[in-house]
Write a protein that binds this ligand. Structure first.
Ligand SMILES: Nc1nc2c(ncn2[C@@H]2O[C@H](COP(=O)(O)OP(=O)(O)OP(=O)(O)O)[C@@H](O)[C@H]2O)c(=O)[nH]1
Ligand SMILES: [Mg+2]
Length: 238
């Protein structure tokens, strides 16, 4: 609970069998999380068994993709504060508190993984990934004239329920570039938001996205096209 309101965490999972149980416990241990929704997105065998050892709620999304999985989790969550993260050991449960603290002033709080001091040794954030994320984020900051942005690929973020309800019918991306689409939709509503530094640790197990430089490069390109495409698009929110 935070300010007497319910806090939900959404964990999409694909290949996190060996870290998911710890991640769930770590996030509950923050002391503020009331519910954790795990979205099994055709995850590796044995994932469900690990989740069932915890208090997290398990739901399924068959459509393959990071975006589909997160959208399913958001739709299933019942909290007033919706926090998205990953159960691969890269994010820290205690950083939930940072997101919540800033949510007193902002309805959307985005994490950034490019703060030098918070990138742990061995984390998947090399020179290319760090400055690539930074450059695309800066492009977005400039084109949309927003608050300071230094990362386009951070899953960890908080959105308040009313704002999620406002933008949810406009989600179109089911794959890995869903993150920036969500942020752009928030920007288009005119809501003020903020980006804050979070810890970024080495992943447990193999990454399926930015572990490959080639994949990361093409993902970056798709993000750039998305940012350009949305720039002059008019969106009517209910
Ligand atoms: N790659 C991939 N990830 C998925 C899928 N569905 C859900 N996910 C989840 O999306 C999150 C991101 O995937 P990761 O493999 O951790 O990607 P990464 O290389 O760490 O990339 P970032 O964390 O975005 O830097 C994880 O929590 C996955 O479990 C899917 O279809 N493909
Ligand atoms: Mg990850």
């Amino acid at each position: 609970m935070w300010r007497n309101k319910k806090v939900s965490v959404i964990f999409p999972t694909y290949n996190e069998k060996d870290s998911i149980r710890n991640a769930i416990e770590d996030f509950f241990n923050s002391g503020y999380v009331d519910e954790i929704i795990v979205v099994n997105n055709n995850a590796v065998e044995g994932t469900d068994e690990e989740v069932k050892k915890t208090k997290a709620r398990l739901v399924y999304e068959r459509k393959q993709g990071y975006g589909y999985a997160i959208q399913k989790g958001l739709a299933e969550a019942t909290g007033d504060y919706l926090i998205i993260s990953e159960p691969d050991g890269t994010f820290e449960g205690k950083d939930v508190i940072k997101l919540l603290a800033y949510s007193d002033d902002f309805d959307y709080v985005l994490g950034t993984r490019t703060t030098r001091e918070l990138i742990w040794k061995g984390a998947n954030m090399n020179f290319f990934l760090k400055w690539g994320n930074w450059a695309v984020a800066k492009m977005m900051e400039f084109l949309y004239n927003t608050t300071t942005l230094t990362d386009v690929g951070c899953t960890m973020r908080l959105i308040k329920r009313y704002l999620y309800e406002k933008i949810k019918n406009h989600f179109t991306i089911g794959k890995e570039h869903f993150g920036p689409e969500m942020t752009i939709l928030v920007i288009k509503t005119g809501t003020k938001f903020i980006e804050i530094p979070v810890n970024y640790k080495p992943r447990v197990g193999k990454s399926s996205v930015t572990g490959s430089m080639r994949k990361a490069f093409f993902l970056g390109l798709r993000m750039i096209f998305l940012i350009l495409r949305y720039r002059f698009k008019r969106i009517k929110f209910k």
